[in-house]
Design a protein around this ligand. Structure first.
Ligand SMILES: NC(=O)c1ccc[n+]([C@@H]2O[C@H](COP(=O)([O-])OP(=O)(O)OC[C@H]3O[C@@H](n4cnc5c(N)ncnc54)[C@H](OP(=O)(O)O)[C@@H]3O)[C@@H](O)[C@H]2O)c1
Length: 244
């Protein structure tokens, strides 16, 4: 596959990109630090992938998005999939206390991710179709006291991605919405570790499978589908009492 990848430098994205590289995919890396992208490119090429381009793109700067996609398309020639794993996190307390941080998380995880998706969708559909895979979160499925600001960005993103899939699947755009549970990465370092927590390498194969199959919504690990079903069925008075 020819893949445009935003977020391959760390965490879940890095593990997914490594899986794609192992099977020989061509990957144009876009991200905010070109030196980091070059280090990731060397790692992916050592695994058997090829990285024809490393291109600057800052999810907090909308002006960088379209030029980055244009360069990635040019470098790859044909694009089969766009994968977006870049994102920002802030704890509920930090996001309540710091309006600038709140703005950054909402902008990166919702507004500008939507801009990346819109621009990618137009390009993929124009070329006859392809796959758009984006990481949202189980945190967007139900508001909780400890994560409703970050969760609100992810809820908006999940809602948007499901709508995109409804409207454009028949036009050839397969939108793949990934909802990870708690994954041990730099993003979650220092947070209390809940049950079913795992590492990026454990969920990367399921994400690649979802991309290959064009799965509409995938919880990773799969157990989170049932955990979230249970959490979504709790009445509000119970949610008010729970501190998680
Ligand atoms: N970890 C979890 O438990 C968990 C659970 C549910 C959902 N998720 C979601 O999964 C995705 C990946 O999370 P992760 O745990 O792998 O996080 P991570 O290890 O912190 O990696 C985040 C990635 O996003 C990139 N990024 C951050 N800000 C950026 C910006 N302004 N412009 C461009 N790239 C930027 C980072 O690039 P740099 O190398 O430049 O920093 C890095 O590649 C996120 O959307 C996250 O919300 C994570």
């Amino acid at each position: 596959m020819n893949v445009v990848f935003l977020g391959a430098t760390k965490g879940i994205g890095r593990a997914v990109a490594r899986k794609l590289a192992e099977r020989g995919d061509r990957i144009a890396l876009i991200g905010r630090d070109v030196e980091d992208l070059k280090r990731s490119a060397a790692d992916l090429e050592a695994l058997g992938g090829s990285v024809p381009a490393t291109i600057p793109c800052d999810l907090l700067d909308r002006a960088t998005i379209e030029p980055a996609l244009a360069s990635a398309w040019e470098a790859l020639g044909k694009v089969d999939a766009v994968v977006v794993t870049a994102g920002l996190f802030g704890t509920q307390d930090a996001l309540e206390a710091d309006a600038d941080m709140r703005d950054r998380v909402l902008t990166a995880d919702f507004t500008n991710t939507v801009h990346v998706c819109e621009a990618s969708a137009v390009r993929l559909i124009e070329a006859g179709g392809g796959t758009l895979c984006v990481l949202s979160s189980v945190s967007g499925d139900r508001p909780r006291k400890t994560a409703y600001l970050y969760g609100a960005a992810k809820a908006g993103l999940s809602f948007y991605l499901e709508g995109l899939d409804l409207k454009y699947r028949d036009a050839g755009l397969k939108t793949v919405l990934i909802k990870p549970g708690f994954i041990k990465t730099g993003m979650t370092e220092g947070l209390p570790v809940p049950p079913f927590a795992t590492v990026p390498e454990a969920i990367a194969p399921a994400i690649v499978r979802a991309i290959d199959r064009g799965t509409g919504v995938a919880y990773v690990p799969g157990i989170w589908r049932f955990v979230m079903l249970a959490i979504c069925s709790l009445p509000k008075f119970v949610m008010r009492k729970l501190n998680f």
